[in-house]
Unconditional design. Structure first.
Length: 351
C-alpha cells in the first residue's frame, strides 16, 4: 500500500528538465523561420537584379537568328517628333480703308449699306454738286470761245498769207511798192502772233475745263478697291470734309474691307520664336468655331520685338478663304513645324 502511494506521488511530480527543453525549442523556432525567410528574399532580389543587368541587345542576339550575308537589310529611319507651339491673336485685313471725300460738301445720296459688296470704282455716295456743275459749264464755254477765236485768227492768217504772196510777186515785177509789201508782211506777222496767243488761251481753257471736270467728279465718292462694307458712317444731309473742322462735320462715308486680304496676326513669346519659320504649317481655330480646324501657314515673322510684352509678331495666311472668317475674330494657332516637315508629311500622305 505504501509502495502504491509512493509511485503515485512520483508520477505527479513535474520534471523540470523536460519543461526547460520544450521552452528552449519553442524559443528558437521563430528565429530559425526568420533566418530562412531572409535567405529566400535575398536570393529572389539577387535574381531580379541579375536579370535587369543583362543587356537587351545580348538577349535579342541570343534569341534572334544571325542575318545571312546575302539578305538585304531594311533601311532604318529615325522619326523625330516635332513639338507644337501655341499662340493666340486676331484675324486682320491687310486692305481696310475708310472712304472719305477729297472736298468739303453736303452728302446728298448714299448708295451703300453694311454687308454690301462693292466693286472697284463703284460710286458709294454723292455730294451736292450744283456749283461744281456751273463751274464746269463755264469752263467748257471758255473752251468753245477760245476755239472760235483760234478759228477766226486762222482764217485771217490764211488771207494775209495769200495777200503777202501776191504782193511779193507783184513787187518782183515792179507792180507793187515796197510799202505794200511791208504792210502785207506786218499783217502776216501780227496774225501769226495772235494765232499763237489764241492757241495758248485755248490750251488754258481746256486745262481749266479739265480741272473743273475733276472737281465735279470728286463730288461722287467711289470705292478705292473691291470689298465688303463693314461700316456706314455718313447719312444724307450731313456735311463731310477730308479733315476734321469741328462741329458735326464727318470725315468718312464708310469703311470697306478686302476679304481676300484677310490673315492672322499672333504674338509669339520671343523665347520660342526660333521654332517658327516662314512657310511652316499651322492649325488655326477660331473662338467662334472651336471645333473647326483651319489649315494655314506662316507668311512672315515681323523683324521687330515688343519690348514691353517680350513678343514677336507673326503673320499667318489662310490656305483657303471662307465667308465665316471675319475681321477682328479671336483665333488660336498651333505651329506644327517647318516647311520641310510639312512637305515630308504631304509626301507621306500622298504615298
Amino acid at each position: 500500500m505504501s509502495d502504491d502511494k509512493s509511485k503515485l506521488l512520483r508520477s505527479l511530480t513535474i520534471d523540470r528538465s523536460v519543461s526547460k527543453a520544450k521552452r528552449s525549442s519553442s524559443r528558437w523556432l521563430p528565429i530559425s523561420a526568420a533566418i530562412v525567410a531572409c535567405v529566400v528574399a535575398f536570393a529572389a532580389f539577387a535574381a531580379f537584379e541579375f536579370r535587369r543587368a543583362v543587356p537587351l541587345k545580348e538577349t535579342a542576339s541570343q534569341v534572334a537568328p544571325a542575318p545571312q550575308p546575302d539578305t538585304p537589310q531594311p533601311e532604318r529611319t529615325t522619326v523625330k517628333a516635332v513639338g507644337s507651339l501655341a499662340a493666340s491673336g486676331y484675324v486682320v485685313a491687310r486692305r481696310k480703308a475708310t472712304v472719305a471725300a477729297e472736298i468739303t460738301g453736303k452728302v446728298v445720296e448714299v448708295f451703300i449699306d453694311e454687308g454690301m459688296t462693292v466693286a472697284e470704282g463703284q460710286i458709294v455716295a454723292r455730294l451736292d454738286s450744283v456749283l461744281a456743275e456751273r463751274d464746269f459749264e463755264l469752263a467748257r464755254s471758255r473752251v468753245e470761245t477760245a476755239e472760235a477765236a483760234v478759228a477766226a485768227i486762222s482764217a485771217d492768217l490764211e488771207d494775209a498769207t495769200r495777200i503777202m504772196s501776191r504782193v511779193q510777186t507783184l513787187s518782183q515785177k515792179s507792180f507793187a511798192t515796197d510799202a505794200d509789201l511791208t504792210k502785207a508782211q506786218a499783217r502776216f506777222g501780227v496774225l501769226s502772233a495772235q494765232l499763237r496767243q489764241a492757241q495758248s488761251q485755248l490750251e488754258t481753257a481746256k486745262i481749266d475745263a479739265k480741272r473743273s471736270g475733276s472737281m465735279l467728279d470728286k463730288h461722287q465718292i467711289r470705292a478705292p478697291f473691291a470689298g465688303v462694307v463693314i461700316d456706314r458712317s455718313a447719312q444724307p444731309g450731313e456735311m463731310i470734309s477730308p479733315m476734321s473742322v469741328g462741329g458735326y462735320t464727318r470725315t468718312g462715308i464708310c469703311t470697306i474691307v478686302d476679304m481676300d486680304s484677310i490673315e492672322i496676326e499672333v504674338d509669339v513669346n520671343e523665347a520660342f520664336i526660333g521654332r517658327v519659320v516662314p512657310g511652316g504649317a499651322v492649325n488655326a481655330m477660331l473662338d467662334a468655331y472651336p471645333d473647326w480646324t483651319i489649315p494655314a501657314s506662316v507668311i512672315a515673322i515681323v523683324p521687330t520685338a515688343n519690348r514691353e510684352k517680350a513678343t514677336v509678331r507673326v503673320r499667318i495666311r489662310f490656305e483657303k478663304k471662307d465667308p465665316r472668317i471675319l475681321p477682328d475674330m479671336a483665333v488660336k494657332v498651333n505651329f506644327l513645324g517647318d516647311a520641310k516637315a510639312k512637305g515630308a508629311a504631304e509626301a507621306t500622305a500622298a504615298n
